[in-house]
Design a protein around this ligand. Structure first.
Ligand SMILES: [Zn+2]
Length: 137
């Protein structure tokens, strides 16, 4: 009996893991907000934690089937890279967003990097970036 229960528990755990990507709670944009305004508000919210940890934070701006905008919750990346959480299937990915962390003398963080542009191009989406100096690209 104990053996059967542990198999059942193992199956439940693996089923939950398989479901995880679709269970992401997206952040909905306030009604009437444009894509650019929403991207700016999303990045603005992340600047403080991005500076404090000197890490990039990133995600995707999405369009819901009803036409409204949403965003994936931000993922914590590394000092100069970040991989966003996959969007739930029913949403269309329209753009990526990421912060550039804290100021460092050796890092040209005030501009989008070649890698930033190439990554968005490869995914076929627009990209929004916030910099330590307060620029919004
Ligand atoms: Zn970047």
């Amino acid at each position: 009996m104990k053996f059967v229960l542990s198999i059942a528990a193992a199956l439940m755990v693996s089923a939950c893991q398989a479901e995880a990507p679709r269970d992401i709670e997206v952040i909905k944009a306030p009604a009437g907000m444009s894509e650019v305004e929403f991207a700016k508000a999303t990045l603005n919210r992340l600047q403080t934690v991005s500076f404090a940890n000197n890490r990039e934070y990133c995600g995707y701006i999405l369009r819901a089937p009803d036409g409204t905008l949403a965003a994936t919750p931000a993922s914590k990346g590394k000092v100069s890279s970040c991989r966003g959480t996959e969007a739930p299937e029913e949403y269309l990915v329209v753009a990526s967003y990421h912060t550039h962390g804290a100021f460092e003398y050796d890092t040209p963080a005030e501009f989008p990097s070649v890698g930033d542009v190439e990554a968005d191009e490869a995914e076929g989406v627009d990209g929004y970036i916030s910099t330590p100096g307060g620029r919004f690209w």
